[in-house]
Structures are given as structure tokens and as C-alpha cells.
Design a protein around this ligand. Structure first.
Ligand code: FDA
Length: 307
């Protein structure tokens, strides 16, 4: 019940101001977002890769209001890529981007987002790595998939995300499960209406397995974005049935969530990629993490009271 309320608050400017200024917020934010600057996040990159983990890096931000902010987002990713270059990590550190941060919701937003994201994909390819386009709310997805197609024409390794809770996703998965594709499957983190998305957890979990099967039986590279222990076992079983070796798919989890599981799967020989977000505009990302698990909210409230 609390999840949808928190997701609604994630779009409210008033709540953004209140929560950002609240005492104790930073302590809880730090669990999910290990830094505000490139300098703060690079030691985390070094630490995770030294432990056998891989990363996908997100400069947090979304819902921008001007083309100048979209260019600033592009430049923030270009700076990150420049700073990653000497580490020579190749695909062990890739990027995740939200097209809304590149201007997708502004006037002429589709073209603007494509224009701003292309140099980032080019720069990533220049250091031997890739970019994955995150999935935002359902109204943005036709544009995201069209941009994904355009980018793949020049950079075939460009990945994208699909969300199991949407009715459309099985069809998207069939279209995307072609040779060379990289597709991250997640449950979905936005507040979506019953006209487009499953609302019940058990329905979403069942849809996840159906889509997972399509990806595993296809010719692309599935990226399993979930912390759900049941789905992780099912993935291993479906991979075995599809005859996939451990390097023919990967697990992905969020920084700060089930860290022991990251290490356990990596130690078992799986590719485990940690979605590592950093930056100052953390509000939307942070609120989605609270919405996913009400216990986080209790911890958050307690940390505000005890400050
Ligand atoms: P579920 O929510 O059932 O959680 C399973 C277990 O994991 C919980 O019981 C708990 O132990 C732990 N857990 C999960 N979330 C937690 C939290 N916030 N805090 C503490 N524990 C938690 N969504 C989207 O719409 N677009 C996107 O592009 C992405 N990208 C993305 C990348 C990666 C790498 C991941 C892992 C996830 C995303 N998501 C996303 C988010 C995704 O849609 C979903 O909201 C979360 O992954 C939570 O769902 P689970 O599959 O983990 O299952």
C-alpha cells in the first residue's frame, strides 16, 4: 500500500524540498548512492572491480526542464567516461542512462535526447564499453526503443531495459531477443495504471518468468536485473535448459541491496554487475528504492527522528 504513495511523492517538488532538507536523509541516501561526484565514486569502482564485480554506472538525474540541463547531463557522463579511461576496465564498467535526463520530455525531446546521448555512446565505445538505456514510465518507451534502434545501427552493443509489469513487454522481448542484443529485464519501478501494467506482485513475478524465458531462448544477451532469490534460481535453471554458459547472460543488482548476494553469485562464477548511481540529483532514484521496500521507509523515518 505504501509503495504507490511513495512513488507519487517521488514526482512532487514540495516533497523533494522537504526530504532533501530533512536531518538524517543523507545517512539513508548514502546506502544506495555512494557519492555525489566522480572523485567520490571512483574508489567504489576500484573496490567493486577488485572484488570480482562489474558495474553499470548511473549519473542520477531525470525530469530536467531545459536543454542546458540535458547538455550538462551529457557532459557529466563524458567526464565519467574520461575518468574511467585510465582504469582500462572495458565492459566491466558500463553506463546506464535515463533519456529523460537527456531532454526526452522537452519540446522536440526525442531528437534532443538522441543528439545528447549519441556522444556518450560514442565515448563509451571509445574506451571499449557500452551504454544501456534505462526504462522509465510507459509513456516514454516508444521513444526509448526508437532511440535504441538508431543507436544500435552504429553501436550494436547498446543495451536497453524492459519491465515485466507492462503488458507490452512480452512482445518487446520477442522483438529484442535477436543476435547481439543486450536486454536488461526488471520488474519495473514506476507507478503505472492498470490499463498498461500488472498491479499484483504475483502477476508481475509470473510475467517476469515468461519474459525471461523468451530472452533465454533467444539469441541476445539477457541481463537479469533483480534481487529476488526465486527469480535468481529460475534464471539459473532456464539458462541451463537453454544451454547457456555463465558468460552468456549476467545478473545485475543495485548498489546497497543484497551486497552478500552480489559476492556469492560472483564467487560461483556468474557475471554480476552492480548498478552504481552517484550524483547530486538523487531524489527520484532514492524514492523508488524506498517504495520497493517499506522497511526502508521505517529506517528512514527512524533516522530522521533520532537526529
Ligand atoms: P523485489 O522487489 O520482489 O525484491 C526482492 C528482494 O530484494 C526483497 O525482498 C528485498 O530483500 C530486496 N530488495 C528489493 N528492493 C529493495 C530495496 N529497494 N531496498 C532493500 N531491499 C530491496 N526499474 C525500472 O523501471 N527501470 C529500470 O531501468 C530499472 N533498472 C534497474 C537496474 C537494475 C540493475 C536493477 C536491479 C533494478 C532496476 N530497476 C529498474 C528496478 C526494478 O524495476 C525493481 O523495482 C527492483 O529491482 C526491485 O525488484 P526486485 O526484482 O529486486 O524484486
Amino acid at each position: 500500500m505504501l509503495g504507490p504513495v511513495i512513488l507519487a511523492a517521488s514526482r512532487s517538488d514540495r516533497m523533494r524540498r522537504m526530504i532533501s532538507a530533512a536531518p538524517g536523509t543523507k545517512q539513508v541516501v548514502d546506502r544506495f548512492i555512494p557519492g555525489e561526484t566522480v572523485d567520490e565514486v571512483l574508489p567504489v569502482v576500484r573496490d567493486l572491480t577488485a572484488r570480482g564485480l562489474e558495474l553499470t554506472m548511473d549519473v542520477v538525474g531525470e525530469d530536467i526542464t531545459s536543454p542546458a540541463q540535458a547538455e550538462a547531463a551529457r557532459d557529466a557522463y563524458l567526464e565519467l567516461i574520461d575518468r574511467l579511461k585510465p582504469l582500462e576496465l572495458g565492459t566491466r564498467a558500463e553506463m546506464s542512462v535515463k533519456l529523460s535526463m537527456f531532454g526526452q520530455a522537452l519540446d522536440g525531446g526525442h531528437e534532443l535526447a538522441l543528439k545528447n546521448v549519441r556522444p556518450v555512446v560514442e565515448a563509451a565505445a571509445g574506451i571499449g564499453t557500452t551504454v544501456t538505456l534505462d526504462a522509465e514510465d510507459h509513456t516514454t518507451l516508444d521513444s526509448m526503443f526508437a532511440i535504441h534502434d538508431e543507436l544500435r545501427a552504429d553501436f550494436p552493443q547498446t543495451g536497453c531495459v524492459i519491465q515485466a509489469y507492462l503488458f507490452r513487454t512480452e512482445a518487446d522481448a520477442r522483438r529484442l531477443a535477436d543476435s547481439g542484443s543486450r536486454v536488461r529485464l526488471v520488474k519495473g519501478a514506476y507507478k503505472e495504471p492498470a490499463s498498461v501494467a500488472y498491479q499484483q506482485k504475483h502477476e508481475i513475478d509470473k510475467a517476469y518468468v515468461r519474459v525471461l524465458k523468451i530472452l533465454m531462448d533467444g539469441e541476445g544477451y539477457p541481463m537479469i536485473g533483480s534481487h529476488d532469490p526465486r527469480l535468481i534460481s529460475i534464471t539459473q535453471e532456464l539458462a541451463r535448459r537453454a544451454g547457456r554458459k555463465p558468460d552468456e547472460y549476467e545478473f545485475q543488482m543495485l548498489y546497497g541491496i543484497r551486497g552478500d548476494e552480489h559476492l556469492r553469485l560472483a564467487a560461483e562464477g556468474h557475471r554480476m554487475r552492480v548498478y552504481t548511481a552517484y550524483g547530486t540529483d538523487w531524489y527520484g532514484y532514492f524514492m523508488r528504492r524506498l517504495a520497493e521496500k517499506p522497511a526502508n521507509l521505517r529506517f528512514f523515518v527512524r533516522s530522521m527522528i533520532t537526529k
